[in-house]
Write a protein that binds this ligand. Structure first.
Ligand code: SIN
Ligand code: CO
Length: 395
């Protein structure tokens, strides 16, 4: 991060949660500089109660952690969920926090917060994590590898960050939380409900609940590492290459130096690798599949019995709404003829306009009668579990 004369603190409004246009935010701050937006969500009330969060943390399938800090001895204990009522009964009166990931998949009101982040590609958004903390509670100073928007939901949180590009990032080896050994803040703020702190990847930060119960809503992004991209693309390409398709050297000349891997051999190896010849269509097909299953904790389950075409047409005709499954992750790409919709690693031929709507809207309002191609896509998505028919409901 280079030093900048841009303000690090701005004021938002109902019209501009970022305190500026999305285009300006992306140009000046996104992936570059931290930004505190006071009043990003005016008169904010959290979409769920602390008790709802605790209840969710007790669910078998939810990803949760309870973190208690023994301040006197600087010892941290981490208990991963599912948690029980006894776990909460045993918590001290302060210095603890509960974190629950993927809350957007469990709660439609939480998922609705993502509407304000539509200026980002939806496949770039990972999840909404929500934390509840008693005074002094937090996860300690750390860095994240992903951009994050930290929206204060309830109570106050003290945030300290460092925008020093030289800040050391070595971790404490006595704590499983990947906490920083050294942390010297350059900026500190007290956030009130509705204030939001944006952090690009790699900015050391520490958030501590202040004064009373505190809820923080983290909208987290995801970015595959180049190593993950390379490994997955290599697998994708390898699966499509025949075993007989091998290293060839019909132009071989008599060996001059025993054992030498000469330039001609290197050129043949390069030709044998499919990366250089990768065309846009293949790249899009691989990336769409990859990014829609990357870091997905769960996948929607297909219905027990597939629904038949005629029964589906009837339900659509009756106006039954189609709800996108919360664990369905979609993206799409245009191709030479039409488009492809990707959902949790699968690819479906799709009319572009419908693919866009499927990514944008959680409840599909078919509006006009779908064409045969649209109906075929919707039926395939229903039978793979990505769309759920709300029987007995009318739009
Ligand atoms: C939180 O404790 O709510 C935020 C955790 C973080 O800093 O990533
Ligand atoms: Co963090």
């Amino acid at each position: 991060m280079t030093k900048t004369s841009l303000p690090i603190e701005v004021r938002g409004s109902a019209r501009q949660p970022l305190g500026m246009s999305p285009a300006q935010f992306l140009r000046d701050y996104w992936q570059k500089h931290p930004l505190l937006i006071r009043n990003a969500f005016p008169d904010f009330t959290p979409p769920l109660e602390p008790d709802d969060l605790a209840g969710l943390a007790c669910e078998e399938e939810a990803l949760s952690r309870l973190i208690i800090h023994d301040e006197r001895r600087d010892r941290w204990t981490v208990k991963t969920g599912p948690l029980s009522e006894e776990d909460f009964a045993k918590t001290p009166s302060e210095n603890w926090t509960l974190l629950v990931q993927d809350v957007d998949k469990w709660d439609a009101d939480v998922a609705a917060l993502l509407e304000s982040f539509r200026f980002l590609p939806s496949w770039r958004v990972d999840d909404i994590m929500i934390s509840y903390a008693e005074p002094g509670g937090g996860v300690g100073a750390h860095v994240d590898q992903y951009d994050v928007f930290l929206l204060q939901g309830l109570g106050q949180r003290h945030w300290a960050i460092s925008d020093d590009p030289e800040a050391p990032t070595d971790f404490r080896d006595d704590v499983e939380l990947k906490q920083l050994k050294h942390f010297e803040p350059t900026h500190e703020w007290l956030l009130e409900p509705g204030d939001m702190l944006y952090l690009p990847p790699g900015v050391p930060h520490d958030g501590v609940a202040f004064g009373g119960p505190c809820m923080t809503i983290s909208v987290g992004m995801r970015a595959p590492s180049r190593a993950e991209l390379t490994g997955d693309l290599a697998d994708y390409l390898a699966e499509r290459l025949a075993d007989e398709d091998r290293y060839r050297d019909p132009d071989l000349k008599p060996v001059r130096a025993a054992g030498e891997i000469d330039r001609a051999a290197l050129a043949r190896v390069r030709d044998a690798l499919p990366f250089a010849a990768l065309d846009d269509a293949t790249l899009a097909d691989w990336f769409g599949r990859f990014i829609t299953r990357y870091r997905v904790a769960r996948a929607p389950a297909a219905p027990d019995k597939p629904i038949a075409e005629a029964a589906f047409a009837k339900l659509l005709g009756e106006g039954a709404p189609l709800l996108r499954h919360p664990w369905s992750r979609m993206a799409w790409a245009r191709g030479k003829d039409g488009a492809t919709l990707f959902a949790n690693g699968q690819a479906y031929p799709a009319p572009a306009e419908l693919a866009e709507r499927l990514c944008a809207e959680r409840t599909l309002d078919a509006g006009r009668k779908p064409s045969a191609a649209e109906r075929a896509l919707l039926l395939a998505l229903v039978n793979d579990g990505h769309l759920v028919i709300q029987k007995g409901r009318r739009r």
